[in-house]
Design a protein around this ligand. Structure first.
Ligand code: UDP
Ligand code: MN
Length: 341
């Protein structure tokens, strides 16, 4: 390796002059600093890395994975040829992308790991701005190290922690931030739950006018098993003859105008239901699914982009976005205030 020229010497002894000795010392010192920095970075990721079991890998081999939806939108698997084509197409443009994430109360503990995993895997070499909506802006002081094509915008929010309250407020909050700020700055915006981490590359194959991600527990399952809202009083209600896929609320996005339209429509339904004392079973995920029945996404991400290990989740080629929170639920550990859950 060019970094260590002396390793090529045939004799086991170093016998250069003083300048060479000095250079060797600098190299050793640089190596030491590099090694210590690498240790620090790996210490940041405190969550265990899920590994696809050999059994799951074997079950996958030879399986034909669907690559388009019935309405002709791509169904995206990161390593497919059509994903390569999509990445090549976007490589010619200079899309600017926002990644919006909400961290309130004890969910702030997920933030640094989420951002550091995005630095390693999310839209590398693309101009990305992270929009962090948080009640604890100091948690990111000092800010995490970021690549040259990345920006960080911290948006203080005066939100009360609490899962039920936030589940009704999240969509409204995101709609207002997309409208007031994100829409002015970038072309695309993606919204993600903070209790997730990027495990493998997520590239420009995810870009589309309106992108939604398949909920892994309902991928390949019959329509009647989908947890669409069944209460006809709720504005999230989906009738038996409607619907094609069930999407997760953990990761979605698209052009700012499309995402804003979706967030505003869902906010309105949520507020109207709230006024009448009605609440959909799956909270904003129900409203999101209601909207996507009518306005079909132009890009559908496979469960590679929302995954956790559970008996209900399918075998997938690559885990790209892993949900720590849902993994904890699946393993029976409720959302405790521990490092991993
Ligand atoms: N969230 C938060 N604080 C809370 C509850 C939720 O910041 O007290 C945010 C956070 O981004 C979280 C998202 O809302 O990832 C969705 O909540 P959660 O992950 O609990 O929902 P689930 O994935 O179980 O639907
Ligand atoms: Mn979540």
């Amino acid at each position: 390796m060019a970094l260590f020229p002396y390793s090529r010497l045939s004799s086991g002894f170093y016998c250069g002059n003083r300048r060479q000795l000095l250079l060797l010392c600098v190299c050793v010192l640089a190596g030491l600093i590099y090694f210590m920095a690498a240790k620090r970075i790996s210490a940041v990721s405190t969550f265990p890395t899920p590994v696809l079991s050999e059994e799951r890998q074997a079950r996958l081999e030879g399986k034909d994975l669907p690559t388009t939806t019935p309405w002709g939108a791509p169904l995206v698997w990161g390593d497919s040829e059509s994903s390569t084509r999509r990445r090549n197409k976007f490589a010619l443009g200079h899309a600017q992308v926002g990644l919006a994430v909400l961290a309130v109360g004890n969910y702030n503990r997920f933030l640094r790991n989420f951002l550091s995993s995005a630095e390693h895997n999310f839209l590398l070499n693309v101009l990305v701005t992270y929009y962090v909506l948080t009640d604890k802006p100091r948690e990111l002081d000092p800010p995490p190290t970021m690549g040259p094509t990345r920006n960080l915008r911290i948006i203080p929010v005066a939100e009360m922690p609490g899962w039920t309250r936030l589940s009704l407020r999240r969509t409204i909050l995101l709609a207002s931030i997309v409208k007031e700020q994100i829409h002015q700055d970038v072309d695309y915006v993606y919204c993600a739950d903070v209790d997730q981490e990027f495990m493998n590359p997520v590239g420009t194959e995810i870009l589309g006018r309106l992108t939604a991600t398949l909920h892994p527990e309902f991928f390949g399952r019959p329509r009647h098993s989908y947890p669409y809202e069944t209460d006809p009083d709720s504005l999230a209600y989906v009738a038996d003859e409607e619907g094609d896929y069930y999407y997760t609320s953990e990761f979605y996005g698209g052009l700012c105008s499309e995402v804003l339209a979706m967030l505003q429509a869902c906010s309105l339904l949520i507020l109207q239901d709230q006024d009448r004392g009605v609440q959909a079973q799956q909270l904003e995920e129900s409203y999101l699914n209601r909207y996507l029945v009518n306005r079909k996404p132009t890009c559908v991400l496979s469960p590679e982009y929302s995954w956790w290990e559970s008996p209900q989740t399918p075998d997938i080629p690559t885990q790209r976005l892993h949900s720590i929170g849902r993994q904890c639920l699946a393993t029976g550990k409720m959302k405790e205030d521990t490092v991993a859950c």
